[in-house]
Write a protein that binds this ligand. Structure first.
Ligand SMILES: Cc1cc2nc3c(=O)[nH]c(=O)nc-3n(C[C@H](O)[C@H](O)[C@H](O)COP(=O)(O)OP(=O)(O)OC[C@H]3O[C@@H](n4cnc5c(N)ncnc54)[C@H](O)[C@@H]3O)c2cc1C
Ligand code: SF4
Length: 466
C-alpha cells in the first residue's frame, strides 16, 4: 500500500499530448465580454439544468465584477469537481443547452468556458497568495473510508474534509482520478490537468492510498468496522465483449482500454499499418474513441451501430464533432464474426439488419464500445443491486441498505457524467454530516440534487443487447 504519492509521476511520451485543447481557455478580455452578455435571469434555467445546481448567474456576475475568488467559491460550494466539470460536462445538453439565449436566436452563454476561467484564475491567485480559498473546520474525530479515487469519492471526500472529517481514499490504480484520468477524451481534459485538480483537492485535507484494491485485503467489512462511514465510488468494470468468433487476439480492443493506452501508456503508438478501424457501439464512448483515432491520423474510422442514428444514446453534438474529423457512421449492422488472416484482423462480418443479409467490412482494428461491466462482487450482503446491476441507494442520501455504507457515481447510475458523480458525492457527504449533527458551512444555494428515478439509460453505453 502506497500512501499519498504526490506529485504524481506521469509516464513520458504519452500519445494524448498529440491532441490539442478543443475549447482553449478564455483570455481576460474574452471572459469579461462573455460574462457581461449574461442576463442574470431570475429563475435561471441554466441552474436547474445543472445536476449540482451551481448558482451560474451569480458566478458569472462575479467574473464581470472582477471577483474571481468569489466566483470560484460559488462554483465549488455546489460542485467540488468544478475544475474538471468546466471542461468535461456536456454543457450543450445541460446548462448551455438551457440558456435563455437559445430561445432568443442568440448565442448561448459559454458557461463551461467561464467556469474554467474562474476556477483556473482563482487557483492561480490562491497559489500566488497566502489566502486559501477554503479553510477546514476543526477536527471532529470522525474518519470515512472511500473506495475508488474517481470524481464521486473525490467530491465526497472534499466536502467531508472541509467539515473537519478525515477522509481516507483507497484506490486500486497508481494514479487517482478514475475516468477523469484514464477515460475522458484528451482534447477535453488531459491526464496532467486531472492530476492537478486532484492535488488541489487533496490539499483540502484528504488522505489517499493508491495501489490498494478493496475486496480481499482490506475487505469492505473491515473498513466499515474501522471507520465511521464508508463511501463506494468504484465506478464500472471492464469493457463488455461480444463473445464472437475471432474476438480474442490482437487487433480487437475494448474502448476504455484503448483510450487508457492513448492517455497514459508510455510510448504507445497507433501502428502505421492500422489505416482502417471499425468502432462498434452507439454511445458517447464510441464517439470519443472514433474521434480520437481520426485525430491521431487513422485514415478511415467508421462507427457501426445496430440501430439507426436517431436511436443512438450518444449526444448529437458529439457525433457531429466526430464527423468533422471524417468519422463515418454505418447503421443497422450487427457484428457476427471477426475475420482474421492468421493473427491479423482483416475485417468484421456483420448482419445487415436492413437487408437481412451478411456484409464484410475490411479493417485493421475493431474497437468494442458496448458498455462496461457492473461491479457486483466483493461487497457486503446488505448491499443490494437493481435489475441493471446498479448499487441500490436512497435517492436523497445515497445510503445503501447498510446504514454506514453510501455509494455514488457510475456504480449507482450505470454510467452517466462526472457532474452526476460529483452531485452524488456531495449528497452522501451531507447525509453523513447530518447523521453526526454537523451543518455544513459550505452549503450550495440550490436544493440538494435528488436522483431521478427510474434512472435514464447510461449515455456511455450502447443501450440494450447487441
Ligand atoms: C471513455 C469515457 C469517456 C467519458 N467522457 C466523459 C466526458 O467527456 N464528460 C463527462 O462528464 N463524463 C464522461 N464520462 C463518464 C465519467 O467519466 C464517469 O461518469 C465518472 O468518471 C464516474 O465517476 P466515478 O467516481 O463514479 O467512477 P470512476 O471515474 O470510474 O472511478 C472509480 C475508481 O474506483 C477505482 N476502484 C474500482 N474498484 C476498486 C476497488 N475495489 N478498490 C479500490 N479502488 C477501486 C477505479 O480504479 C477508479 O479509479 C466518460 C466515461 C467513459 C468510459
Ligand atoms: S440562462 Fe443564460 S443568460 Fe440566463 S442566467 Fe443562465 S447563462 Fe445567464
Amino acid at each position: 500500500m502506497k500512501a499519498d504519492t504526490r506529485p504524481f509521476k506521469l509516464p513520458a511520451a504519452r500519445l494524448e499530448s498529440a491532441l490539442g485543447d478543443a475549447k482553449p481557455p478564455y483570455s481576460d478580455s474574452e471572459a469579461l465580454i462573455e460574462a457581461n452578455r449574461c442576463l442574470y435571469c431570475f429563475d435561471a434555467p441554466c441552474i436547474t439544468a445543472c445536476p449540482t445546481g451551481i448558482d451560474i448567474p451569480s458566478f458569472i456576475k462575479k467574473i464581470a465584477t472582477g471577483n474571481l475568488r468569489g466566483s470560484a467559491r460559488t462554483i465549488f460550494a455546489s460542485n467540488m469537481m468544478g475544475i474538471s466539470t468546466a471542461r468535461v460536462c456536456p454543457v450543450e445538453e445541460l446548462c448551455v443547452g438551457a440558456c435563455v439565449y437559445n430561445g432568443l436566436n442568440g448565442q448561448p452563454i459559454q458557461i463551461g468556458r467561464l467556469q474554467r476561467y474562474a476556477t483556473t484564475k482563482a487557483l492561480e491567485q490562491e497559489a500566488a497568495s497566502s489566502r486559501p480559498l477554503f479553510t477546514a473546520a476543526r477536527d471532529r474525530g470522525k474518519r470515512v473510508a472511500l473506495v475508488g479515487a474517481g470524481p464521486a469519492s473525490l467530491a465526497c471526500a472534499a466536502y467531508l474534509a472541509l467539515e473537519g472529517v478525515t477522509p481516507v481514499i483507497f484506490e486500486k490504480s497508481d494514479l487517482p482520478g478514475g475516468l477523469n484520468t484514464t477515460g475522458v477524451a484528451p482534447y477535453k481534459f488531459n491526464t496532467e490537468d486531472s492530476l492537478q485538480e486532484i492535488e488541489w483537492l487533496l490539499g483540502l485535507g484528504i488522505e489517499l492510498r493508491t495501489g490498494v484494491t478493496v475486496g480481499a485485503d482490506p475487505s469492505l467489512l473491515s473498513l466499515v468496522e474501522s471507520h465511521d462511514a464508508v463511501f463506494l465510488g468504484v465506478g464500472l468494470g471492464a469493457d463488455h465483449t461480444l463473445g464472437l468468433p475471432g474476438e480474442d487476439g490482437p487487433g480487437v480492443w475494448g474502448a476504455t482500454d484503448l483510450i487508457r493506452a492513448i492517455k497514459n501508456r508510455p510510448g504507445f503508438k497507433i501502428p502505421a499499418d492500422v489505416g482502417t478501424v471499425l468502432v462498434v457501439g452507439g454511445g458517447n464512448t464510441s464517439i470519443d474513441i472514433a474521434r480520437e483515432l481520426a485525430m491521431l491520423g487513422v485514415a478511415s474510422v467508421t462507427l457501426v451501430y445496430r440501430r439507426t442514428e436517431r436511436e443512438m444514446s450518444a449526444y448529437a453534438h458529439e457525433l457531429s464533432g466526430a464527423r468533422r474529423y471524417g468519422v463515418r457512421l454505418r447503421e443497422r449492422l450487427r457484428p457476427v464474426k471477426i475475420l482474421r488472416d492468421g493473427e491479423r484482423v482483416t475485417g468484421l462480418r456483420m448482419s445487415d439488419l436492413a437487408s437481412a443479409s451478411e456484409v464484410d467490412l475490411a479493417c485493421d482494428w475493431v474497437v468494442l464500445a458496448i458498455g462496461q461491466a457492473k461491479i457486483t462482487s466483493g461487497l457486503v450482503p446488505e448491499i443490494q443491486f437493481d435489475d441493471h446491476g446498479r448499487v441500490r441507494v436512497d435517492p436523497k442520501t445515497r445510503r445503501t441498505q447498510h446504514p454506514k455504507i453510501f455509494a455514488g457515481g457510475d456504480c449507482i447510475n450505470g454510467g452517466q457524467e462526472v457532474v452526476n458523480a460529483a452531485a452524488d458525492g456531495r449528497e452522501a457527504a451531507f447525509a453523513m454530516l447530518k447523521d453526526w449533527g454537523v451543518r455544513p458551512a459550505l452549503a450550495p444555494t440550490a436544493p440538494p440534487a435528488a436522483m431521478t428515478a427510474p434512472l435514464p439509460a447510461a449515455a456511455n453505453e450502447m443501450t440494450g443487447g447487441t
